[in-house]
Design a protein. Sequence first.
Length: 191
Amino acid sequence: MIGKLQGIVDYIGDGFVIIMAGPVGYKVYTPDYLTLKSTVALWIETVVREDSIRLFGFSSLSGQNLFNQLTTVSGVGPKVALAIMSSIKTDTLMQAIATGDAKTISTAPGVGKKVAEKIIVELKNKMGGASFDFSDSSNNSALPDLLSALESLGYRRLDIIDMAQKLVSDNPDTDVAKLVPMALKLISSGK
């Protein structure tokens, strides 16, 4: 069993890379952005099926653990888990699971509302070891309303979620009516 793979990125394909480790090239599916000819070290998850053996690589153990957690959800296989992790930042995904934000999770390709809700139901309690502290729920109370307001103005959730989370956490006692203009100002300034 391969646990970790270190080598040079020899080829970048659609969702996978070929990593040369000595004279052998390994095809590794990864959500991480890698550059050609760079030296990488990836934590490997081997998925064995009747008709294939696939290697999935992650730059961190937490990424590998998240992948494994996602694949425990019925209806979420390695391909869907990889699509989720490729399109949503790990911190954003973990926060969406912890706060029950199915809309953010369903922005990933191949993930509908039902699968997103299933991910939340099955993983919410397992995310207790996440790197965030949601004990102060007042920090997140305005977030869904702020996101909805910005989406109604035509902004994509994945493009604005990080900015909105930071804005709400920096201004915990500010209501949505005041947060929306602040968000629009940040968006227009490109920050």
